[in-house]
Ligand binder design. Structure first.
Ligand SMILES: [Zn+2]
Length: 259
């Protein structure tokens, strides 16, 4: 999470018209009967999000390409769309919307769940290995998301390293090419988790903490829920959603204490 001075600097930059790259974290695209976690965005709302991003002049890149551009050039008009968990419905409903527009994206797969139901999203299936290969052939960047979709920051070093190594090895065998990126399940990583990610050979790893410092093994992402309207999306793109939400959530004083 960003410190207050980082938020203020970013807010001041936004007001002065400066742009920043951003990375969005989606899960499901498409219809679902019950979604208590609000992790599924309709195809229509997803298309609308893309309209807003493109109307603001951002070029969308796979997250590894965005990070590379940040190291070598001006990425202020660039952004990235990522999907966690590798849901089959997202591949069928969301990815075609991107491909029709020629937009690359990145998808992070929990390899031990391929072809199985998602443990927390009722009835939603994770892609089979064949579907993952098909998606990679269509140009989607495939990254890892652990083997079992576990909180890596809650594991000891050896177990976290094992999850990180095995998921990468499975995907590399499947795709026949190096897997460079990953997203931490639940968007969480400790310093120890990041050390394990480096030892497992990842060049880039994503958290899900809102705006924050850009580091290769802690790439900040904005989580996207079905409740993200145009206004909320614009705030997230500008890195201002966290501060505005924090101010809105501040307890109001009883009237007798107001000044
Ligand atoms: Zn996940």
């Amino acid at each position: 999470m960003s410190s207050a001075p980082q938020w203020l600097a970013r807010a001041a930059g936004t007001l002065l018209g400066r742009r920043y790259p951003f990375v969005l974290c989606y899960h499901g695209i498409g219809p679902i009967s019950a979604d208590p976690l609000r992790l599924f965005v309709s195809r229509e709302l997803f298309s609308h999000h893309l309209d807003v991003i493109q109307q603001h002049g951002y070029e969308l890149l796979a997250v590894t390409d965005l990070w590379q551009l940040m190291q070598s050039g001006d990425a202020r008009r660039s952004a990235s769309i990522t999907f966690d968990d590798g849901l089959a419905m997202t591949a069928h409903e969301g990815v075609p919307v991107l491909l029709e527009r020629g937009i690359p994206c990145s998808m992070f797969i929990s390899t031990g769940l391929m072809g199985k139901p998602h443990p927390h999203l009722d009835g939603a299936m994770i892609m089979t290995p064949a579907e993952v290969v098909e998606l990679a052939s269509a140009g989607v960047e495939i990254g890892a998301h652990s083997v079992d979709h576990v909180r890596l920051d809650a594991l000891d070093y050896a177990d976290a390293l094992d999850q990180l190594r095995r998921s990468r090895a499975v995907l590399e065998d499947l795709l026949g090419k190096p897997v460079r990126s990953m997203a931490y399940p639940y968007g969480r990583a400790s310093e120890q988790t990041m050390r394990a990610a480096r030892e497992a050979g990842y060049e880039l790893a994503c958290v899900c903490s809102g705006p924050g410092p850009w580091e290769s093994l802690s790439i900040p992402r904005e989580p996207i829920y079905s409740s993200v309207t145009s206004l909320r999306l614009r705030l997230k793109m500008a890195g201002l959603y966290g501060p505005v939400h924090a101010i809105k959530s501040m307890p109001t004083r009883p009237s007798s204490q107001r000044i």
